[in-house]
Every structure is written in structure tokens, then in C-alpha cells.
Design a protein around this ligand. Structure first.
Ligand code: PLP
Length: 360
């Protein structure tokens, strides 16, 4: 690290993506990053083809068409929607707009590891509240800390456990918070949860009601466009304005905007994805039960499994079979397995049985 760089950068862990764990080992079954196993929406691919003559020009900076389409769909004004280069970019912008060395972020742990990182980059303090015994956000304990916070993040469903908090639970939590706290609800996997659980809440409803709630969503998961980097934020107009103030110009490329707009209309691809994920998730849960491995009931497109041996070691064994999964934090015995195609799950199952020495 350059000694001239900001001192805080020495303390910030580098983000390790799923794929980096594969360093030097070729894997063809990629179950580490919760991507769409069916690939991109065919309508998005067609839109990319049509849009390519415009690539010599800068993209439309305010993503007007995409914001309008999202706003229409969600029943909010376009002023309540911001688009960014993935929801991670929007998360970082929220941190830049709302956190500094005098402020506090509250989130759960284990949860998406980028939350504490964006706070740390702002030199803000983070309180990470452990999940409860069922791998779910401990909202009452989070509320105890939230009174002093500027931003509270609820990852719903939670990465890596796949668990969710219900509408009633989240509403009770919001009611306990002081007015100035901004509650960020990360719904990266919300589409899967909505299809799996009737009491899974639609965070946008609180934005419509004028609460200080900012919902993060993405085109990287159910829409299959992770490589293009598009996500969106639905929030009160003044929050969107603050985020836009810190967002660099032209953050979202024109191919990304065109593909996202088309993917949004591809209800067939979304429906097929939800179906494949629901079936695959059930199969992964069943496999874990058969092998006596702990899991939490997931409503997302991944399952968190207790493999009862060092997670890094098991992940390395699976890699030798060409299968990439995401080990939990160092020292844990949990791995996160994305729901793949039926063939990919078969490959994972064979590799897992071989690694556990339980071929029966
Ligand atoms: C909870 C959560 N939020 C956000 C993201 C990032 O999504 P994006 O590709 O939109 O940056 C992920 C990606 O895995 C995630 O798990």
C-alpha cells in the first residue's frame, strides 16, 4: 500500500470476489456469486445488438428511460429512482452521501461484507449485530443501536444465510427508529424471496408511504446481467438527489441501460429463472438434509451449508472437481452454494459427496 494513500486504506480489507478464490484453478461450475444460471435475458441480448451503433456516444447521464420504466412499474415518481453501476456502486454512493467519521452504520453479521467496507472508507463506525439463532437479522438488537446511527442496512433476504425478515417484523423495526435514520433495505435477491414467501415485504411500499427507506435492487441476479453492472435505488426524492450529487457522470454505460430496459420486460425469462431456482434450491436443501449438513431455510438463489470442516478446505476440494462455491469467513465451517442448473447441481453433489467421503 502506498504510504501516501489515506491511512484508512491500510485497514480496509480488499473485496474478494467469488471468482478470485479460483486463482489458477479452472472451474466450469460457477456457484460462488449467485448469478443467473440461465444466463442473460434473450430480449436483453437483442437490445444490446440494436444499441451498439450508439456506443461511440456518451450514455444518457440520467438514465431517463430506465428510471421512467422502473418508476412506472413501482408506482413512484422517477425522481425517487437512481440507477448505478450495480447496487454495490449505489451502496458506496449512499455511504459517501450519508457517512463520515462522526457517523455510524448498523448492519447484521454475517451479511454482505461490503456494508462495513463502505462505512470504513468514509471513516465511519460500524456496529455489526450478530444474526439470531435462525440465521436471521436480530431486528430488536439492531434497533437498540440504530438510535445513534445515520444508516441502518437490512439485507433482505440476507446474504449469505438466505433467510428473510417479514413485513410485520420490518414494519415494527421501522416504527422503533428515530426519523433521521436512513434504513437501506438491500433487496438484491428480492424477486426470489417474493416468489417463495407470502409475507416477504416489498420495501418500495415504505418509500411510497414517505418513510426514510432506501431500497437497493439489481439487474445482476434474476435478470442475469451481472457482467453489465446495473442496479437501482428507490428512495425519497431528497435521498436520490443526495446520491446523484456524489455519483460521477456517465456511471451506467449505454449497453447496460439498453439491456436492463429490455430485461425488465422479459417476464418469461424471469419466470423461468424463478422456477429453476425454486427447484434447485429445494434440491440443495434436500441434499444437505441427506448428508446431515446444517442449513437455514433459504428464499434466495443460494443455500448456506455447514460442511462441518474448514470451509476453505472444502471449497478447495470442490475446486479440484471444477466446482466453485463461496466459503464463509476464515475459520468458519459454512459455504454458500448458488443455485445452478440441474446439471450444475449434479456436478456439485458429486463433488461434495466425494469431498465428504460420503458417496452413498
Ligand atoms: C446482498 C447483496 N447486495 C448487493 C450485491 C451486489 O449486486 P450488484 O451486482 O448489483 O452490485 C450482492 C451481490 O452478490 C449481494 O449479495
Amino acid at each position: 500500500m502506498d504510504p501516501q494513500a489515506r491511512p484508512i486504506l491500510r485497514e480496509v480489507p480488499a473485496y474478494v470476489s467469488g471468482r478470485r478464490h479460483a486463482a489458477g484453478v479452472p472451474c466450469d461450475v460457477l456457484l460462488a456469486s449467485n448469478e443467473n444460471p440461465l444466463g442473460p435475458s434473450p430480449l436483453a441480448l437483442e437490445a444490446l445488438e440494436r444499441a451498439r451503433l450508439g456506443w461511440a456516444r456518451y450514455p444518457e447521464d440520467d438514465c431517463a428511460d430506465l428510471r421512467q420504466a422502473l418508476a412506472d412499474r413501482l408506482g413512484v415518481p422517477p425522481a425517487c429512482v437512481a440507477v448505478g453501476a450495480g447496487s454495490t456502486a449505489l451502496l458506496k454512493l449512499l455511504a459517501e452521501a450519508y457517512l463520515d467519521r462522526h457517523r455510524l452504520l448498523v448492519c447484521a453479521w454475517p451479511s454482505f461484507p461490503y456494508y462495513p467496507v463502505v462505512a470504513q472508507l468514509q471513516e465511519a463506525r460500524t456496529v455489526s449485530v450478530p444474526l439470531d439463532g435462525q440465521g436471521r437479522h436480530d431486528l430488536p438488537r439492531m434497533a437498540d443501536h440504530a438510535a445513534a446511527a445515520s444508516v441502518v442496512v437490512v439485507c433482505n433476504p440476507n446474504n449469505p444465510t438466505g433467510t428473510y425478515v417479514s413485513k410485520a417484523e420490518l414494519e415494527a423495526f421501522l416504527d422503533r427508529l428515530p426519523d433521521q435514520v436512513l434504513v437501506v433495505v438491500d433487496e438484491a435477491y428480492g424477486e426470489f424471496a417474493r416468489a417463495a414467501a407470502a409475507d416477504y415485504p416489498d420495501g418500495v411500499r415504505w418509500v411510497r408511504e414517505g418513510r426514510r427507506v432506501a431500497v437497493l435492487r439489481t439487474f445482476s441476479k434474476v435478470y442475469g446481467l451481472a457482467g453489465l453492472r446495473v442496479g437501482y435505488l428507490v428512495a425519497p426524492a431528497e435521498v436520490v438527489e443526495a446520491v446523484r450529487r456524489v455519483q460521477e457522470p456517465f456511471q451506467v454505460s449505454s449497453p447496460a441501460q439498453a439491456a436492463a430496459l429490455a430485461a425488465l420486460e422479459d417476464s418469461e425469462h424471469v419466470a423461468r429463472t424463478l422456477q429453476v431456482v425454486a427447484e434447485g434450491r429445494q434440491r440443495l436443501h434436500q441434499l444437505a438434509r441427506q448428508l446431515g449438513l446444517g442449513t437455514y431455510p433459504s428464499v434466495a438463489n443460494f443455500v448456506w451449508m455447514d460442511v462441518r470442516r474448514p470451509a476453505e478446505q472444502l471449497a478447495a476440494q470442490l475446486m479440484r472437481h471444477g466446482v466453485l462455491v463461496r466459503p464463509g469467513p476464515p475459520g468458519t465451517t459454512w459455504v454458500r452454494v448458488s443455485v445452478g442448473t440441474p446439471e450444475e447441481i449434479g456436478r456439485f453433489e458429486d463433488a461434495l459427496r466425494a469431498a465428504l467421503g460420503a458417496s452413498g
